[in-house]
Design a binder for this molecule. Structure first.
Ligand SMILES: C[S@@+](CC[C@H](N)C(=O)[O-])C[C@H]1O[C@@H](n2cnc3c(N)ncnc32)[C@H](O)[C@@H]1O
Ligand code: SF4
Length: 422
């Protein structure tokens, strides 16, 4: 009960901080910003097409259409040239969606262009299980280093409920497919979601056992995010929220995954790795290309054009597709954000943190640290703050709230400016 209260408290604190920080303003003129040419940023590329929509997913997307997708990929490549001319340099590329593999030829061509223009050392790409097979993954050899496959669950009842059983195959078919993809690329990562209403601890443990047996290098276990945009759809598909289950399920995950390393509170890896789905953790500054992509640099958040037509027009006009931004985050907000990200990564070196921001973390966060310590969520040792199992859970719920907060931006943009975004 106390744990549940602490988690609600942490999430509501996070929500109010996000509301304060994410005050999106639409720009009436093309964006202007300075670029630090000496700094390699992470490049995020958004591919917003899906053949069908899943009832839990609020990511920015459109129904797949072959012609639209082709002209979209052409524009993505153009946008890369625009960023090159603006002076950006990138060393890592993360491709998310939607479904980046909707058109593999176009996707591969776009990665090649990114690699020709920038000194990109690693490429991570999301995929739905339906859009890949052994042949396609072989073609991606040398282009993609890490493939993150959205499995969500291996439970047939849940797969049926979310409509993925018919579209992407049964649990057994998914397992056979994933097995056939192992060993081609350096890293295969599986995305699972936990805490679906109607998902029992036994079902989740079985998901994890299957995922481990498939030999994947990385496994990410997302807590189900119920943002304002998806609440109704999740309720109608899976039933009412059973808030009490989440902590119990998180403990089961940690128990099942004990032989893996934790990259952060919800990402498990056989080897510790900088390349995970939480690129925002390792790369607080990233630049987004594509419709609806976010960028974070120069201490603010930027958003690219949401509608396809506006995005394509921006690129035709040869300008970065940013159409909205937040105010510059205050120094306090920047430190708070870094504090969350470090704890989400499970340790915070106080001396390093103090030197980075010119503050005293123990003074600035005295109340938060007292609260976390009294809840047995952190412990201090040798100048480092470490999260405990419960601390990891709290950070996972706060990150969940942070990601759901991005939906505030999506909801605001689609309501205020567009009717045709997803
Ligand atoms: C943007 S999706 C792209 C994945 C790919 N299109 C697919 O369907 O497999 C990336 C991941 O976000 C996670 N995700 C999406 N909606 C979520 C939600 N409401 N709660 C938790 N995780 C979610 C899923 O695990 C998904 O695999
Ligand atoms: S989970 Fe993947 S396939 Fe499903 S709607 Fe989201 S992006 Fe599309």
């Amino acid at each position: 009960m106390l744990k549940r209260f602490s988690s609600y408290f942490a999430q509501s604190m996070m929500q109010s901080k996000l509301k304060e920080a994410l005050k999106i303003q639409r720009l009436d003129a093309p964006v202007t910003y300075g670029v630090d040419a000496s700094k390699p940023y992470l490049l995020y590329m958004h591919v917003p097409f899906c053949h069908d929509f899943c009832p839990f997913c609020s990511f920015h997307k459109f129904k797949y259409d072959a012609l639209n997708a082709k002209s979209y990929f052409r524009s993505l490549r153009e946008e890369l040239f625009i960023l090159k001319r603006l002076g950006f340099s990138f060393d890592r590329l993360y491709i998310g969606g939607g479904t980046p593999f909707v058109d593999p030829k176009e996707l591969f061509q776009t990665i090649r262009v990114a690699k020709e223009l920038f000194d990109i050392k690693e490429v991570s790409c999301e995929s739905s299980p339906a859009s890949i097979d052994r042949e396609r993954v072989y073609e991606a050899k040398g282009l993609i280093d890490r493939l993150s496959i959205g499995v969500q669950t291996f439970d047939d009842t849940l797969l049926k409920r979310m409509g993925r059983y018919e579209r992407y195959g049964s649990s057994k078919e998914l397992q056979r497919k994933i097995e056939s993809l192992q060993g081609i690329l350096p890293t295969i990562s599986l995305d699972l979601i936990f805490n679906f209403p109607a998902q029992s601890e036994a079902m989740l443990r079985e998901d994890l056992r299957i995922a481990k047996a498939l030999g994947s290098e990385q496994i990410t276990t997302y807590p189900l995010m119920r943002s304002s945009l998806m609440k109704e759809s999740i309720k109608n598909t899976f039933g009412e929220d059973e808030g009490i289950k989440e902590w119990m399920l998180y403990q089961a995950i940690r128990d099942e995954m004990s032989e893996y390393n934790l990259n952060n509170a919800w990402a498990f890896a056989k080897e510790k790795s900088a390349l995970s789905d939480e690129y925002v953790v390792h790369y607080p500054e990233y630049v987004g290309v594509g419709s609806g992509a976010f960028s974070a640099f120069n201490d603010r958040l930027y958003v690219n054009a949401y509608s396809l037509s506006e995005y394509l027009q921006c690129i035709k006009d040869r300008r970065h597709a940013i159409i909205a931004q937040t105010p510059v985050f205050s120094p306090k907000q920047q430190v708070q954000y870094a504090f969350l990200l470090e704890l989400f990564s499970r340790s915070l070196d106080m001396e390093r943190f103090n030197a980075r921001f010119g503050i005293c973390v123990e003074k600035m966060f005295s109340i938060e640290l007292w609260w976390l310590e009294s809840n047995h969520a952190i412990r201090k040792e040798g100048g480092v703050i470490y999260t405990t199992l419960f601390g990891d859970y709290l950070c996972a719920t706060m990150m969940k709230t942070f990601y759901s907060g991005m939906d505030l931006v999506r909801a605001y943009l689609s309501k205020t400016f567009y009717q045709n975004a997803s």
